[in-house]
Design a protein around this ligand. Structure first.
Ligand SMILES: Nc1ncnc2c1ncn2[C@@H]1O[C@H](COP(=O)(O)OP(=O)(O)OP(=O)(O)O)[C@@H](O)[C@H]1O
Ligand SMILES: [Mg+2]
Length: 364
């Protein structure tokens, strides 16, 4: 299940809520792959990035199993979580796919590798797909929920990995030794990446090392794609669904419409739209006289009362806008399920809050 949507709408939060819901209510074995979660949410999932950084040497896997007792999971259910870190996922790929341990270590130790893994555009997206492919191959989960980074449009995420794959498919990649600069150009590395890396390393050493490095890394990437198969095919398969998360404002709904079209064109199965942080629809004000009398006796002067009414009117208007947003999406996409999640007063970044959010979106 792919959680997509514009920036800041609640993709990561909803991915976590969905994963937790599937494990706790439906008893599934679930993995959730998150990207850059807020710290409190990460802590709730047992994947605090600060703790992970401190203990990273001692832990072999980035996948952390949550305690099923703490979560109150039914028998056989499971919830694993990880924070996707482009650099670390590449490390795992190198370790798994290098011809031997020594070759893996020489790649990992290379300063070129260290500079490249972080700066390559599309690296995070490629790493996300690669990591999920590894989870699919391992076959230990019934459901894998993949959070996505904020993108202006759906294609940014879906097409990023192919930019990196060109790096592997390019026949030039195997002819690189000794021609660092040209080699990098063949590989499609941006000149800024090259320049910055060159500056960081001192030109001569870089040119000398690049050929060796590219030979080794392209072997690794080839082995990886050979094993991994076609992730895009996996994305389009009937067993992959998409949850489009969006906010219930006029602007976001328009944006969501564009996302839906792009996802359709790409051949993805859109399972549902989640309209997140929906404002409640407030009732019409009760008898105004009675309220005014109550405000008087509470000691509010005329100005304060006027402010109170205008806040109320504003909240009511927001509620109406939320309702209109739902109606707009429903009219545009009669076939798509629409789920709604209310705006909570506190960020839903604890396990109980995520359970509540999951229940409100996906039902008891
Ligand atoms: N239903 C909700 N009610 C209240 N706050 C919410 C709700 N859903 C998400 N939030 C809060 O909104 C903020 C953004 O959520 P989140 O990080 O999940 O968004 P995102 O789409 O993953 O953002 P990004 O695009 O930056 O990755 C967080 O502080 C989160 O706790
Ligand atoms: Mg996020």
């Amino acid at each position: 299940m792919l959680c997509v949507g514009p920036g800041g709408v609640g993709k990561t939060t909803n991915a976590a809520a969905l994963a937790l819901h599937a494990a706790k209510v439906h008893g599934r074995k679930v993995a959730v792959v998150t990207i850059d979660p807020a710290r409190r949410l990460a802590q709730a999932l047992g994947i605090d990035p600060v703790e992970q950084a401190q203990g990273s040497e001692s832990r072999a896997s980035d996948l952390v199993a949550l305690s099923s007792e703490d979560l109150g999971l039914p028998e056989g259910a499971r919830l694993d979580a990880l924070i996707l870190d482009g650099g670390r996922v590449f490390d795992t790929i190198v370790r798994e796919c290098a011809s031997d341990a020594a070759s893996a270590q020489s790649i990992l130790d290379s300063r070129i590798y260290q500079a490249m893994a972080e700066r390559l555009s599309g690296a995070l997206e490629f790493a996300a797909m690669a990591r999920v492919q590894m989870l699919l191959d391992a076959g230990e989960h019934d459901l894998i929920v993949l959070d996505t980074p904020p993108t202006a449009n759906a294609m940014d995420f879906l097409e990023a990995p192919s930019r990196i794959r060109e790096l592997i498919d390019n026949p030039g990649a195997r002819l690189l030794a000794g021609t660092g600069r040209i080699g990098a150009r063949i590989l499609g590395l941006g000149t800024s990446v090259l320049t910055r890396t060159l500056e960081a390393m001192g030109g001569g050493a870089f040119i000398r090392d690049l050929g060796t490095f590219l030979r080794e890394i392209s072997g690794v990437l080839q082995e990886f794609t050979r094993r991994g198969g076609d992730f895009e095919q996996a994305l389009r398969s009937p067993s992959t669904g998409v949850l489009l998360v969006t906010a219930a404002t006029t602007f976001s709904v328009r944006e969501a419409g564009v996302f839906l079209d792009q996802l359709d064109d790409y051949g993805l199965n859109i399972d549902a739209v989640v309209l997140n942080r929906l404002e409640p629809k407030l009732p019409a004000p009760p008898q105004r006289d009675a309220v005014e009398a109550a405000l008087d006796s509470a000691g509010l002067d005329a100005r304060a009362q006027a402010r109170a009414w205008s806040v109320y009117d504003g909240a009511q208007a927001q509620g109406r806008a939320s309702e209109a947003a739902v109606a707009t999406i429903a009219a545009q996409r009669p076939g798509v399920r629409i789920w709604a999640a209310p705006r909570y007063p506190e960020p839903p970044d604890t396990l109980p809050a995520l359970v509540k959010l999951g229940a409100s979106i996906f039902g008891e």
